[in-house]
Write a protein that binds this ligand. Structure first.
Ligand code: DQA
Length: 147
């Protein structure tokens, strides 16, 4: 079965109440439930993991291959803009990943304009709200058909 890790970084556990004008009203559970339904209908499996801790995200990326994940959908939150260590983890494991940002980071503060991850990503989806996760899943499922 195609397995996809959905990795969310700091403060994304607060979705639903966190700056709803920027991030919308869906909770992370709502998002993962929807992804699970879509994945199941396509014979795939998603596993959600959220952490506010940089090292825990790095450990998940490091383990992704041995845990049998075919691809990773990642919203690394603010670590996107700061974490060379997370970038190095993605480079080390070479599991294809899709970077998602709910908000249009390019229309926001300049410190959000740079991502340490994008150059390594299979694709980047920015500014399409929580739909971005679903679009990333669609891309991942097309690239990694059911096995
Ligand atoms: C975010 C954008 C980041 O700049 C921010 O730090 C987040 C969320 C997004 O989904 O739009 O935590 O990744």
């Amino acid at each position: 079965m195609t397995r996809i890790l959905v990795l969310n970084g700091p403060n994304l556990n607060l979705l639903g109440t966190r700056e709803p004008g920027t991030y919308g009203s869906q909770t992370l559970t709502d998002i993962l439930d929807r992804l699970e339904t879509v994945a199941a209908s396509r014979g795939a499996e998603i596993v959600g993991y959220q952490s506010n801790a940089e090292h825990e995200l790095i450990e998940q990326v490091q383990a992704a291959k041995s845990l049998g994940f075919d691809a990773i959908i990642v919203n690394a939150g603010a670590y996107t803009h700061t974490s060379i260590a997370l970038r190095d983890a993605f480079a080390a494991v070479a599991v294809p990943f899709y970077e998602v940002h709910i908000s249009n980071v390019y229309a926001r503060e300049t410190f959000r304009h740079h991502s340490h991850l994008s150059a390594l990503a299979a694709g980047v989806i920015v500014g399409l709200g929580t739909l971005g996760y679903e679009l990333a899943l669609e891309a991942a499922l097309r690239a990694h058909p059911i096995r």
